[in-house]
Each structure stands twice: as C-alpha cells, then as structure tokens.
Design a protein around this ligand. Structure first.
Ligand code: URA
Length: 433
C-alpha cells in the first residue's frame, strides 16, 4: 500500500476509508510497513483526529488482527466491564459475583498489570490455589453452570493494538482520544461480550486528568460499541484519591470481600453497585438501574453476594477459608505508619503518587519481568475530607523490603493537608448511554 499517501491524507485532515485503515493495520502487523511511517501516521491522528466511523473501523481492524473469543456457546446476554484504570480499583472482583448472582452470565477475561499494582489476575492469585488458567471448555462450562468465570486472556488478542501501543508509547502519541478508544474497545470486542459497561476514571490517579477529556473518551467508546452492535454504557467516575481504603493485591481482595459482606467503604460500594446495576440492565434482568441497585443491596444484606464469591473461589480451586480468615492471605513483615505533620483536613490525595509508592513497595511491576509481592501495599487510613491532627496515621505501608524510604516520602507527599474542609468529592460524574 502507498503509506506515504495515507499519511498525507490524514495530515491534511481527510478521512480514511475502512479499506485503507484495514490494509494499513494488517500490513503493519506483518512488518510490511516500517515503524517510522506508522509513527508519522499516528502523529497525524494526534493532530487531526479521526471521525467516529474511522475510529470504529480502526477498532475492527485491531480486533481482526488476532484471536477472537467465541462465546456463542454461553446462553444469555454476556456482559463485560472495563475500567480505564486507577489506584485501588478492585471493582471487577466485586461485580463479577454480584452480577452472576442476578443470573447474568459474566465471562471475565482479565490481564496482569504493569504499574501500581497487579491486574485482576494477579490479585486473585493472592487466594491460595486460585486457578485463572482455565481451558476454553472449562471457562464456558463454568459460565453456563455458575454464570461466572475469571481467566487470563490469550496472548494473541489484538496483536495490532499491542504493536501500535508500544510504538505510541515511545513516540509520544498515546494521548489521542480515537487512538485510546479504539485500543481499549478492540480488546473488549475481541473478548466476545454482547454488552459492555465502561468505567472511565478521571483525576489525579487516572489516565484522563480532566473531566472534559474523560467524557470525550467515554462518548467515543460508547459510539464505537454501538456502531459494532454491542450495547455499551460508560460511567465517568472519580480517581482523585484511591478507591476504597486498600491498594495492593492481597489487601484489595480482602477489601472486595468486605464490600460483598456489606462492610465496604462508601465510594467503593457506590461505584461497584452502580456498575453492577448497569450490567444487570444491559444483561436484561432489570428494566431500570434503581431497581437493580436495590436488588444488589439486598444480595449483600442477605449474604448471597459473599456466598457467590465463595462459590467462585471454590470452582476455581482457591481456598475459600480466606473469606472468613483474612490472616490466610499473604502477609507483609513490615508495616510503616505515615503520620501527619500538620493539623487540618486532608484536602487532596495525589492518587498517582500512592500508586507509585505501592509499586516501590513491591505491589506492582515496573517491567513485565518483575515479580509482584502480593502482600505489599498501602492502607489509606485517611481520605479526602477527613480531619487530622499532628501524629495521626494517614496511611500504612505494607512491605517486605528493608528500605522503604523513597516509598515513605512519596506517600507522605501525596497528602495535602489544608485548614478548611474540601468540597465533597462526587464519586460518579456522568453516565453516557
Ligand atoms: N489503555 C489501553 O489499552 N490503550 C490505550 O491506548 C490507553 C490505555
């Protein structure tokens, strides 16, 4: 193909046809287009954008570049969820058993993480014996029988996105709404769900720092989903402080269990139940989110939610005793209190810094090869709006490392303490349907 012409066309702000986009993507995966030409094209997209139609076509080309999961043997409307990523985000662990308990099939393929903490798959490995390497047959059969399964995803999913994302990372072309939206949506669509609920995070610990950008991304992803015949809803939710009180792997699973037992933090519970409610509506078991929300609260109150999580642990061969005895989770040796140096109110928390501190403690990977310490992490004792006095513990670092000085300093500096109470944080800013 004439890649120079394609770059020129985008550089001058014209739209590409679906054939042009597809040919370019498939040839790039095969190594027939050099990185320098693809990088020039990506930079042109950063400046000139893409129409909704082009963005949907790019998504489809990414999907068609690799394996696709065929979930047609699963009965019912399969609903997936995706988060654009945040600190302390353990929502998937909560919503899978909740939505499954309502009878909606949840076939969850998740990844491992690079960054502050591991991904959902890493987190689940904090439960002794929990098996996320399910064969396709077992995965489908578990969803048909129990309405839920969580497994690691195939390595040949959307290889075009993988190759282009790596190039964007080193050519400063990550920040483009159509490129981000097509990258995220291609992975969801390749995973075969019929309906998708997106959790677009915004704030200091999120990819999107401003509400305007987050809404744009949410709208673009909803439009891609709809044009590819997937029912899609996006929520724009807060990430100006870690979600809930725990950041890490084992401690995030422990906190998810608390939410399912009805003892979760207010922000975490509200966001998880709202996402689960939209999943229930898209899954066709409720007409409206308010009724779905009430049914989910009832599941928690009656104990059925935590029993469904116990069932998930048992069917994937984990040790269900962790649910009643949190000491059975991996335990860190060292616990360091980070204390307030000032009286006042927690005015702001740099969520990204808390994530970075957690990573330095061993909770996350800097490179793919790093090994995660599942017991490492941070407990947020104080959150935005809390009153503090000098000497009060702001957060507790959990680690097995001898020297945590850098992590301690970063965690302390993540807290801004002011003399007045900050405005209330809104947990959910918008819902885009
Ligand atoms: N996450 C993705 O998967 N892709 C992007 O482009 C950005 C974040």
């Amino acid at each position: 193909m004439d890649m120079k012409y394609i770059i020129q066309k985008k550089k001058s702000g014209r739209s590409l046809t679906s054939e042009e986009i597809d040919e370019m993507v498939q040839e790039y995966v095969k190594g027939q287009i050099p990185d320098y030409q693809m990088a020039a094209f990506l930079m042109a997209v950063c400046f000139k954008g893409m129409t909704e139609e082009e963005t949907a076509n790019l998504t489809l080309s990414f999907v068609n570049s690799g394996d696709k999961l065929d979930l047609s043997d699963i009965k019912g409307i399969k609903v997936d969820k995706h988060s654009s990523g945040g600190v302390g985000d353990k929502i998937s662990l909560i919503v899978v058993p909740l939505v499954a308990a309502l009878g909606v099939p949840v076939a969850k393929m998740s990844g491992r993480g690079l960054g502050h903490t591991g991904g959902t798959i890493d987190k689940l490995e904090a439960i002794e014996g929990f098996n996320t390497r399910l064969s396709k047959k077992d995965f489908i059969s578990n969803v048909n029988t129990y309405k839920m399964a969580i497994a690691g995803q195939s390595s040949n999913l959307t290889p075009a996105d993988k190759k282009i994302y790596a190039l964007r990372d080193v050519t400063s072309t990550v920040e483009s709404i159509p490129l981000i939206a097509s990258s995220i949506m291609s992975k969801k669509i390749a995973l075969g769900a019929d309906a998708i609920v997106l959790d677009v995070k915004v704030g200091s610990g999120a990819f999107m720092k401003s509400l305007g950008e987050a809404k744009d991304l949410a709208r673009t992803m909803v439009s891609i989903g709809k044009s590819l015949n997937k029912k899609t809803i996006a929520l724009v939710t807060d990430m100006n402080q870690p979600l809930g009180h725990e950041v890490g792997n084992a401690n995030e699973v422990k906190e998810a269990i608390e939410v399912l037992k009805g003892k979760g933090a207010e922000d975490e519970t509200l966001v998880a139940l709202t996402i689960a409610s939209y999943m229930a509506v898209l899954g066709g078991v409720f007409q409206d989110v308010n009724t779905a929300y009430k049914a989910l609260e009832e599941l928690i109150k009656s104990g059925r939610a935590i029993e469904k999580f116990r069932e998930l642990v048992k069917i994937q061969r984990g040790n269900p005793q962790v649910i009643d005895n949190p000491k059975l989770f991996p335990q860190a040796q060292n616990h360091i209190d980070i204390k307030a140096h000032k009286n006042g109110y927690v005015y702001k928390i740099q969520a990204e810094s808390i994530g970075r501190s957690a990573m330095l403690l061993g909770a996350g990977r800097k490179t793919k090869e790093d090994i995660i310490d599942l017991s490492a992490g941070i407990t947020m004792v104080k959150k935005v709006g809390d009153k503090v006095s000098i000497g009060d513990t702001l957060c507790i670092l959990h680690s097995n490392m001898d020297n945590c000085m850098e992590a301690e300093e970063i965690a302390l500096n993540a807290f801004s303490i002011g003399t007045t109470k900050p405005p209330e944080i809104q947990y959910i800013y918008d819902v885009i349907e």
